[in-house]
Design a protein around this ligand. Sequence first.
Ligand SMILES: C[S@@+](CC[C@H](N)C(=O)[O-])C[C@H]1O[C@@H](n2cnc3c(N)ncnc32)[C@H](O)[C@@H]1O
Length: 385
Amino acid sequence: MTVSPPRSGDVRALLTVTEPGHVADEELLALGTGRVARTALGELLHRARLSDLAGTRVTVEFRWGCGTEEVVLCLVVESGKAEIAEHPREAPGAIVTQRLAEVVLALYGPADPVPAATRELHWPGAELLRPGAARGTEFAIVHRLLAALDRRDRPGLAELAVRHGSDKWGPHQYTRHYERHFAPLRDRRLTVLEVGIGGYGDPAEGGASLRMWRDYFPRAEVYGVDLWDKSALDGPRLTTVRADQSDRASLSAVAERHGPFDIVIDDGSHVSALTLATFEALFPHVRAGGLYAIEDVQTSYWPVFGGNGTDLADPGTTMGFAKDLLDGLNHTELLDSHGRAPRPTDAELAGIHFYRNLIVLEKGVNTGQSPIADELNARLRRSGS
Ligand SMILES: C[S@@+](CC[C@H](N)C(=O)[O-])C[C@H]1O[C@@H](n2cnc3c(N)ncnc32)[C@H](O)[C@@H]1O
C-alpha cells in the first residue's frame, strides 16, 4: 500500500513533542508509531529531494523501533520518483535501523546535533563483495537521505529561491539581506506569515517563496495570505489563507487564528495604503524579538501604486511612513518642540533596517531614555516655549 502525504496536525504534534530537545518513546506510542513514522518519512523524503537522481529502481527499508514495537516502511525510488510503501515488494538494497525517537528529534527537534547513535546501516547483497559492483545510485540515494536526516544538507536562501523559482533572488537581491536576519532563527520553532503568495488569479500558480521559507526553516509552520484561493499549495508545514490585505478585520482574524508570528513578510499588493493598513493589523501580532519585512517599497515613489511622485516624506507612502518610524525609534529623546505625533508602535519598534526596495523592522521593547531629553523638555516647559 502506498502511503498518503503527512497531515499538518501530525506534523504539528511532532514539532510540539520535540520542543524540549528530547523525546520519550511513550510520547510517540501515544501518538501512534505508524502515523509518526509515516509523517517522519514523508518529511525526510521531501527534504532529501531525490528527484534529480536518475537510475535504476532502488528500495530502502527503514526499521524504526519504539518501545517494543518496530515500524517497517519502504521507500521505493525509480528514475527520480519516490513513494513510501508499508510492505516491501522486493528485497531492499539498503536497510536503515534506528530508534524512532532519534529520527523524530533529528527531523523536528532543536538545532543541537542528534548523534544518530542508534543507527545501523545494512547493505544486503553478496555482489557488494565483488569488485566493480555498480550500486552507485543506491549509495547516492541513501547518502542523500541520511544527509537530510542529519541536517548536513543545508541550502541557503539564495539556493532555495532559485530552486523554487522565487524572485527574491535574481531580479531582487532580498535573500542576502534576509539571510543576515533569518540565519540566527533558522532552527527555531517559528511561525512565518507572508502576505502575497504569487500567481495572482491562477489557483495552481504561486507559492515559490512559501516553499523557500518552509525549506529554509525546518521547524517552521509557514502561512501565506492571498486575495485568491491558493489551497492547492497546502501541505505539511505550509498553509494558505484567502484574505484581502485591504481588509484589516480579515487580517486580524488570520492573526488571531494562526499567530502570533515570528516573521511577517509583506509581498502583496505593494499599494502604500494597503501596506500601511497591513502593518497596523499584523505588527501587533508579531512576537517580541520577531521581524516584519516590507518588500518593493520603491512603489512609494510611483503614483500608480498610491505612491507620491513629488513629496518624499509623504506619510501616506510606505517610505514616508518608515522615515517617520525612524524618528519614532528615538521617540523618548524627542523634544516637545518637535511636535511629532507619537505612534502606537514607537515603544515596541527596536530596530529598522533599510535596503534597496526592502525594509526589515525588528520588534522589541523600546522605552529607554537618556536623562538629557527629560531635562531639556522640562526647561522648554518652564520657559513656556
Ligand atoms: C508579487 S506576488 C507574491 C510573490 C510571492 N511572495 C513570491 O515571492 O513568490 C503578489 C501576490 O499578492 C497578491 N495580492 C495582490 N493584492 C492583494 C491583496 N489586496 N490582498 C492579498 N493579496 C494580494 C496577488 O494575488 C499575488 O499573488
